[in-house]
Design a protein. Structure first.
Length: 112
């Protein structure tokens, strides 16, 4: 069974952000590559704020992208990494080879 993964590309000048929502696994990780349009990009950000699950295929994707983009002079970063994906990123040490931007701070609770 294929799990749901949505990949929404956002282009701002020379920065491409791929906003990932849902679960990324072996059945759907190719969707990220399909959305990768590098024409004129100097920076690619994988926004994982909406990602609830990532397995080793997601780790492999990040490492392959780093290997592919680095020689082309394209910067790769992860943004909004939280929950289970953050545990995987930390466990395998991805933060040592790819920039991991901190997630946005949580909105303060309103008093009632």
């Amino acid at each position: 069974m294929t799990t749901a993964l949505t990949v929404a590309p956002e282009r701002h000048a020379d920065r491409l952000t791929l906003c990932l929502t849902g679960e990324m696994d072996i059945d759907n990780v190719s969707r990220v590559n399909e959305a990768l349009d590098l024409d004129g990009c100097t920076s690619v950000v994988l926004d994982l704020a909406g990602l609830t699950f990532m397995d080793s295929s997601g780790v492999n994707l990040v490492l392959r992208l780093r290997h592919r983009l680095g020689p082309e002079g394209v910067h790769l970063a992860l943004h909004g990494v939280q929950g289970q994906p953050r545990r995987i990123v930390t466990l395998v040490g991805l933060q040592d080879v790819v920039e991991v931007e901190p997630p946005a701070p949580a909105a303060p609770a309103t008093a009632r």
